[in-house]
Design a protein around this ligand. Sequence first.
Ligand SMILES: *Cc1c(COP(=O)(O)O)cnc(C)c1O
Length: 484
Amino acid sequence: MIMYHSTRGRCPAVSFDQALLQGFAADGGLFMPHPLPRLSQDRLDRWKHLGYVDLAKEVMGCFIDSSIVPRRDLSRLLDQSFAPFAKADPPILPLDRDGQTWVLELFHGPTLSFKDIAMGVLIRLMDYFLDQNNDQLSLILATTGDTGPAAAYAAAGRKRINCWPIFPAGMISLEQELQMTTIGAENVSPVGVKGCRNGGDDLDLVVASLFGNVQLRKRLKLSSVNSINVGRVLMQTVHYFYAYFRLVRRFGETLYFSIPAGAFGNFCGGEIARSMGLPIRFICATNKNNTLHRIFSEGIFEKMSLQRSLSSAIDIVVPYNFWRFLYLRSDADPGVVNRSLRQLTGEGRVQFDEALSEELSRGVLSTSVTDQQTLATMRDIHEQTGYLIDPHGAVAAAGAMHCRSKIPKSAQCVSVATAHPAKFPEVIKKALSPSQALPEAAFHPSLEAAKQAAVKMMTCDYEELEQRLVAEIEGRLQAQYPDT
Ligand SMILES: *Cc1c(COP(=O)(O)O)cnc(C)c1O
């Protein structure tokens, strides 16, 4: 049976259902499947012609034992989570005339960001296990962008899950806020928090404090669907396989992916696919919050202060999925992870030795993209091709251009587009010339409808957030399950 190990290696490995429901491992580490399944000729032959959802069934089947989720149930859960997608197969469009640079659109889910791809499956799987255990969960998630809407949508109406998206009031786009507050589901309770000086980082502190209290965590049945959850990362391996099979004619050719990296979960999905034997390489595209770029270019992991950018979903200074990447690249050795973690906590900085730096950056190029370059990329692509790309997709596209001279001339490169442009109309206005009317792609009917819908949310001041959340969650569990 495939088991899930903590990257810190200080607690026993668990089965898939436990890894999924617990979120964090008991020692504070992140779960990773080990050993990873390998691509075989047989798998390649079976996988290469499949549509996205069928491919997802095969890939996820490698990570989940059929004794834990029978294949028929897995198939049903995946069908259900992709049912609300406008397009289940992510489109792959050319960005240039010679067919070497492509954009992979991962935002055709119900809340228009790539977070939908994994969230629908993850929350359905959680619900499935909760049903078996006759249990319930309170999902708390601090969000500064797309995680909240995706989780709110996926959790809406699930009887065993209460969902508490908390966001810094006034610091996310109106579109993103409305996606949570107009969901109209009794079990989803968005909380707008006033007075967050450091945005999402403030909220993370409260979440960490709640999760750090083991008794409270048990009593409130807390869990998380941030990308610390291994289920998210595993589902994000599928699009790498999918794009590879669509674009490469002969297995073995190297395909490059340029990825807009924030918490690094999407990238880690790619690294897992690579470790399974998929011949791919990466461009790690960051904005001015360039922790990851410095890791790959200088071998230094240093926590800097957060800078707000136009690609807000990747404004992250501690990309926590990096520990997963480090674990994979150091042959699943928790010793390496723990040493680096100690250094980062103690000194605020890790300098990897030469051998490890080299291993970390094997097959990985990286770059840091300024806001000016993001806007210029959006404008250039729109002028040259008529295609409107969102600011995060633009960071990836700029990354692909920055690194083009470092990859073989004949190699194809896929730039990953993670959000629908309609989620960021303010940035589009800045990018396109002021006299220009916004193109049609800057709108989406679901967002226009949300502007007319009834809003439900709580607001509270940052100082009272923790207390208030505890009281609300407790009240809700009491009302639903008075005997527990
Ligand atoms: C979350 C997000 C990202 C970053 O993904 P990570 O897995 O956190 O690196 C990029 N773009 C958009 C639009 C996102 O919502």
